[in-house]
Design a protein around this ligand. Sequence first.
Ligand SMILES: [Zn+2]
Length: 220
Amino acid sequence: MRRYLATLPLLALLAGCLDIPQATAPRQTVRQSTAVLTPRPESRQCLAGLGASRANFTPLPDQYFGAGCQQVNTVRLAGLQSDNASLALSNLGPVTCPLAETFAGWARFGIDRAARQELGSRLVRIETMGSYNCRSVAGSDRLSAHARAAAIDISGFVLADGRRITILGDWTEGSPAEKRFLQLIHASACKRFGTVLGPAYNAAHRNHLHVELSGRNYCR
Ligand SMILES: [Zn+2]
């Protein structure tokens, strides 16, 4: 129950995430909460890879909330690493280990390097609108990847020189360099994730990039 209560602020945060508009979210009930802190063999390789990226993370116990909503093989990411500095993260909840590992690579090789190349300053913080949210895809019974902590919504980027680039403010209204930066990181996300949805997808994504591993190069 304590863990259930701990998820409530996160769910409130995610209420604004409309990558796939809110539908009838299954009622949140903790059916089972099993502390599995000894990683399964298939998880160990991922955790080792995440560690090798020098991410700051904590493996989380598996939790099943009913109706298919779950946090299995997830980690809490406290920070990532660029080529030569640490990267802070805002508002990120639990994420599956494979997603965290891909996110770490994109942050370093996609986002930070694009920031230095296009904007002349390194990345210091990635702002998100969260990851876990127990809900289904609008108009279907299919659960959103957020219901498995398998998607992240990214809303902005803070640079070492103090600039803050946001999807909402700069995707169409930013300077030419800022828009180039956002187009570049969108393109690099599409090479690493199976599904990337941004402002070009629909109005619900005007303020964030939704990234998840599942999907086959679905890039909008
Ligand atoms: Zn999303």
